[in-house]
Design a protein around this ligand. Structure first.
Ligand code: FES
Length: 206
């Protein structure tokens, strides 16, 4: 029979030693109280980091320790793989932005208003940055398709009440103004302007 999930709240303390590249997450109260996860990061090369993680749990039974250790390893391998994917994507986007910023085009013709509306939502790359054109209450809105936090993808993020939420860490932004709507102190990259040029919609940057 399955045990019911322990729904007690946890109190977790994180102690970091930046100089040593180490931090400890200690569970003080709730499920797992008394356990610690000790992580140490070592720079191996400009693009490589060694990661040592130790799991300390208040358990003496070797059989149970083996099971708990296996679970911890599986969870941490997945979390570190996800973090690595985020960082690789972030570096890719930053490199593309740097490479293209100087050559940022002034005007990109999109087509007639009807043709543009028929293809929404539409992603456009301008000067190495990705933007999304959407329609809100009949108004065409252009917003950055990359989150300013860790460059998470907003390509397919839902827009609710004019607000887009990043799928990575849930930061929220007003797509019209780019301002944070949950007090994060970050703003979306300023999009190119959407204008009409000889009956065609166009994005104008700069
Ligand atoms: S990348 Fe962290 S909230 Fe978007």
């Amino acid at each position: 029979m399955n045990q019911p999930a322990d729904s007690r709240p946890q109190v977790i303390e994180v102690r970091a030693d930046r100089a040593a590249g180490a931090y400890v997450s200690a569970t003080l109260e709730g499920p797992g109280a008394g356990s610690e996860v000790r992580t140490r990061l070592t720079a191996l090369a400009p693009d490589r980091t060694g990661i040592d993680v130790e799991f300390h749990v208040p358990e003496r039974d070797p059989a149970r320790l083996a099971v708990i250790g296996g679970r911890y390893r599986a969870i941490y391998e997945r979390l570190w793989a996800e973090d690595e994917a985020m960082m690789v994507e972030r570096e890719r986007a930053l490199a593309a932005r740097r490479a293209n910023r100087a050559a940022r085009p002034e005007t990109i013709l999109l087509g007639s208003p009807e043709a543009v509306r028929a293809t929404l939502p539409r992603l456009v790359e301008v000067g190495g940055s990705r933007f999304r054109i959407i329609e809100i209450d009949g108004e065409l809105v252009v917003h950055a398709a990359t989150c300013p936090h860790w460059l998470g993808p907003l390509d397919n993020a839902k827009v609710v009440d004019g607000c887009v939420r990043c799928p990575w860490h849930d930061y929220a932004f007003d797509v019209r103004t780019g301002e944070s709507t949950d007090g994060r102190g970050l703003t979306l990259e300023t999009p190119p302007r959407l204008v009409v040029v000889e009956d065609q919609l166009a994005l104008v940057s700069g």
